[in-house]
Write a protein that binds this ligand. Structure first.
Ligand code: IFM
Length: 478
């Protein structure tokens, strides 16, 4: 598509996205809902984790978060104002099944039914994620994700909610970012439950994959018309130099971050080189017959969370991670703890993450090449910046707007090149609780005043709304 002006000088989009392209924004339950003891919600590992000193910057927690549990109607109206065609959110497992097994808490389920109905009343398509890290504490007490039984409990929970909501929710994601849940939760301890047991983190990663597979099986047995996928956080990975050590570092980080999940889900195998990298910590006995067949059952779509590129060095004393944890923690890079993360010289967000749209292009074209024939969606993409609410009552977040625009341009380019990308969800709809970083990192299109609980559309939100209205991006990149 080329830039066009009609004779009346009404600008039409220069980069038009295909009809039916999904324009969305995303959140997750624990980061926004609050109401952690309301209506029978059970305790999650995050409730426990945030209550322990040293885990979250400034000792912050999400007991209230942005009070979405009580304000969801207003929040849905905001989404409608923005013109979103879809909203991706997660269900809180302990709100629905307080102990992670057994009895369902009807009031918890009703909250999501009401939310879904509210979305549908505005013509916004609900995209449900079943697990975004808030494991019921009772399941952690029974072993957590390193225990195989947790995958089975997850499949039961998935069947319960899919049975209840499957008539009105068509698009489902099983597990969000299994890498984070496994390696930040059980290796570095930066996330709940805060354990530092590298070998068990590998088992956890497998059981998160297995949970995805078993949940799909259970949901498919209930109805055939649901579209189901998993959400993985993928990175472009580059060696800092052409040296053998740096190339090996890139292979290792790509293996643990990307291929461990993609190869299992898409090809039904774990990469041999990654298993070899981990063999001093664990043998493959945690993988049982039939697991990989369940994990690799055909997907209706693959959901991709993309934020940045890793440039890595295997040289001794390499560099520090630009994305270092805010609190005292170990390394999530199990078996490859020696690897350094090098600053590649690009601008960074307030998380210290390098802004690199070309990395997204690499990720998308790689998926289309190595894991073809599955529709792709960007389920998260966005940036934290130090937003300022100015005297004019606005938030002029030009950097976030540029970030999203850059990445959308890349999406368009990938589609033109034949990548089956069918939608984009900005992370996040609203500012929220950014895990171990607390409230200091704002990712929202919508600014939240945390004490008054007011919402203000940032400039990026207004721009995104306009982009959606136009079905594409106007004008060439500046
Ligand atoms: O806020 C998180 C989200 O919960 C999962 N993906 C990355 C986001 C930014 O860190």
């Amino acid at each position: 598509m080329t830039t066009q002006k009609t004779d009346t000088q009404v600008e039409t989009p220069a980069l038009v996205f295909p009809t039916g392209f999904v324009w969305g924004a995303a959140t997750s339950a624990y980061q926004i809902e609050g109401a952690v003891t309301t209506d029978g919600r059970g305790r999650s590992i995050w409730d426990t984790f945030v209550a322990q000193p040293g885990h979250v910057v400034n000792g912050e927690h999400a007991d209230v978060a942005i009070d979405h549990y009580n304000r969801y109607r207003d929040d849905v109206r905001l989404m409608a104002d923005l013109g979103l065609s879809a909203y991706r959110f997660s269900l809180s497992w302990p709100r629905i099944q307080p102990l992670g097994s057994g009895e369902i808490n009807q009031k918890g389920l009703d909250f999501y039914k009401n939310l879904v109905d509210e979305l549908l009343s505005y013509g916004i398509d609900p995209w449900v994620t079943l697990y975004h890290w808030d494991l019921p504490q009772a399941l952690e007490d029974a072993g957590g994700w390193p225990s195989r039984d947790t995958s089975k409990r997850f499949a039961d929970y998935a069947a319960a909610v899919h049975g209840a909501l499957g008539d009105r929710v068509k698009n489902w994601s099983t597990v969000n970012e299994p890498w984070c849940a496994a390696f930040l939760g059980y290796a570095s301890g930066e996330h709940a439950p805060g354990r530092r047991e590298p070998a068990l983190a590998i088992h956890a990663a497998h059981h998160l994959n297995l949970a995805h597979g078993l949940a799909m099986e259970a949901m498919r047995a209930q109805r055939a018309d649901s579209r189901i996928g998993g959400s993985v956080n993928l990175y472009a990975v580059t060696p800092a130099t052409g040296s053998e050590a740096d190339q090996d570092a890139a292979r290792r980080i790509d293996g643990l971050q990307n291929r461990f999940f993609l190869d299992a889900i898409m090809h039904g195998r774990y990469p041999d080189d990654v298993l070899a990298d981990l063999s001093h910590l664990t043998g493959p006995e945690f993988i049982q017959d039939g697991d990989l067949a369940a994990i690799s059952a055909p997907l209706d779509m693959l959901l991709i969370n993309y934020y940045s590129r890793f440039t890595v060095s295997g040289a001794p004393g390499g560099a520090q991670s630009a994305a270092a944890a805010p609190t005292d923690s170990g390394s999530p890079w199990v078996g490859s703890e020696h690897i350094g993360f090098v600053n590649g010289g690009r601008p960074v967000t307030s998380m210290g993450w390098e802004v690199d749209g070309t990395g997204l292009h690499e990720v998308l074209t790689r998926l289309a090449r190595e894991y073809p024939a599955v529709p792709l969606y960007i389920s998260e993409n966005g940036a934290a910046y130090d937003d300022v609410l100015t005297e004019d009552g606005a938030v002029h977040d030009a950097e976030r707007r540029d970030f999203i625009e850059t990445h959308l341009r890349v999406c368009h380019q990938a589609i033109e090149g034949g990548v089956p990308l069918q939608g984009y969800f900005a992370w996040s709809l609203m500012d929220n609780f950014e895990w171990a970083w607390g409230y200091g990192k704002r990712f929202g299109l919508v600014y939240v005043d945390y004490s008054a609980q007011t919402r203000i559309l940032k400039d990026s939100a207004l721009w995104y709304a306009e982009t959606i209205r136009h079905g594409g991006l106007r004008g060439p990149a500046e």
